[in-house]
Design a binder for this molecule. Structure first.
Ligand SMILES: Cc1cc2nc3c(=O)[nH]c(=O)nc-3n(C[C@H](O)[C@H](O)[C@H](O)COP(=O)(O)OP(=O)(O)OC[C@H]3O[C@@H](n4cnc5c(N)ncnc54)[C@H](O)[C@@H]3O)c2cc1C
Length: 371
């Protein structure tokens, strides 16, 4: 591989954005490598033979309130106005999650729902997202009932399926993700900007990478021998792998998708339906909703959560637990000693980033390093 100014390892959002900035703003040469046969990392999508856009690594919905991120991405794509909702099957009833006032009326008899609504508004402000743990602090029997109900029917089994551990063994940040939204807003995200890139994520990343100073090489695994050939290295792979697991492996959750095709217009009423209590899969994705694809077939994917095992499956979610964060810190300290090698992204920072946060991190790192 020829010596260039910059090597970027990984052609996902993080790698593509930093590569573009170096190529365009610093007018430097950039070589981007990815071990996979495609660009776009985990946001990779493709149209299958029934003309439906498939999100290979699970549903990806773009959402941000960050003006810088939005402005950057809008140079490379238009978005539709898709606003995500998540339906869950609870006690056999299809309803919206996170729990909001509509959910209360879907699930409970009217009188009970109305009492719970009054209680929630007595203790908390309208339009707030309140973690169920807060309900228990109020010493109120209705709020305790609601907290217990949500814990049991939404959180407990889903968390066990998703993380493979009991909820108390998962970091508080995850528990805090189970709020009740004191609102009638059924959207999953409240960000100002939401949508799906009109031509998909792969085309978006392709457009970001399309610059005369950028060369992309797929099916190319990072090797340490490459480091000396470049002025700088930006590494978006897993930081423990870079250091040859010298402090031990960083744990991840992995995911398996079982795709099914049906000769029908729609399989389910929503793009994503969660099954907190039933079945072994956590949720079912139905892809044609995202770009409103027209086809007499539909493609769904059942999502199964499983442990990440090196060499067997892919890394998906860093597992938020104090001991894992401690392990990550050891690697991060080691990384700080290296000159001209920068770690970023979901795997490089061992942090769950939504796509907008991955973009923001790359924008900020560029400012720090070369801006
Ligand atoms: C199931 C799931 C659903 C998600 N849904 C959403 C959503 O709805 N909305 C949202 O905003 N975000 C979502 N995300 C998060 C989103 O996927 C990330 O924000 C995004 O992938 C981060 O991009 P990245 O470039 O940091 O990492 P990745 O996309 O993982 O890219 C890293 C790239 O590096 C390559 N690589 C790694 N190691 C090496 C190596 N040694 N040599 C060469 N190449 C290497 C990999 O092959 C990969 O292509 C979801 C994530 C998951 C797991």
């Amino acid at each position: 591989m020829s010596g260039d100014d910059n090597l970027v390892v990984g052609a996902g959002f993080s790698g593509a954005v930093i590569a573009r900035l170096l190529a365009e703003k610093s007018n430097e040469k950039v070589t981007v490598i990815d071990k996979r046969a495609h660009i776009a990392g985990n946001s990779y999508d493709y149209r299958d033979e029934s003309a439906i856009m498939i999100h290979k690594y699970g549903s990806h919905i773009f959402h941000t309130s960050n003006e810088k991120v939005w402005k950057f991405l809008r140079q490379f794509t238009d978005f539709n106005q898709y606003m995500h909702k998540v339906v869950a099957v609870i006690d056999g009833i299809h309803t919206t999650i996170p729990f909001n006032f509509n959910t209360l009326y879907d699930i409970f008899p009217q009188t009970l729902a109305s009492r719970l609504e009054d209680k929630l508004l007595k203790f908390f402000d309208y339009n707030q997202k309140v973690p169920i743990l807060e309900f228990l602090k109020q010493n109120d029997k209705d709020l305790k009932f609601l907290a217990d109900y949500i814990y049991e029917n939404v959180f407990l089994h889903y968390t066990t399926k998703q993380w493979g551990v009991a909820p108390m063994d998962v970091d508080g940040a995850v528990t805090a993700r189970v709020p009740v939204y004191l609102s009638m807003d059924n959207r999953y995200f409240q960000d100002k900007y939401q949508g799906i890139p009109l031509n998909g994520y792969t085309t978006l990343i392709q457009n970001i990478l399309n610059h005369k100073n950028i060369e992309v090489r797929l099916n190319t695994e990072f090797e340490h021998g490459l480091i000396d050939k470049f002025k700088r290295v930006f590494y978006t792979g897993s930081i423990d792998e870079f250091f040859n697991y010298k402090f031990g492996e960083l744990p991840y959750r992995s995911v398996r998708f079982k795709m099914e095709t049906y000769n029908m217009e729609y399989y389910q009423q929503n793009s994503v339906v969660n099954y907190p209590c039933n079945y072994d899969f956590t949720r079912i994705h139905e892809y044609k909703y995202y770009l409103n694809d027209k086809s007499d077939k539909t493609i769904i994917a059942k999502e199964y959560s499983e442990s990440f095992i090196l060499g067997k499956n892919d890394r998906y979610y860093p597992i938020p637990a104090p001991e894992n964060n401690e392990l990550y810190k050891k690697y991060a300290q080691e990384a700080e000693l290296l000159k001209n090698i920068y770690f970023l992204g979901r795997l490089g920072d061992y942090k769950y980033y939504n796509m907008d946060k991955a973009v923001l991190r790359a924008l900020e790192l560029f400012e720090e390093v070369a801006g």
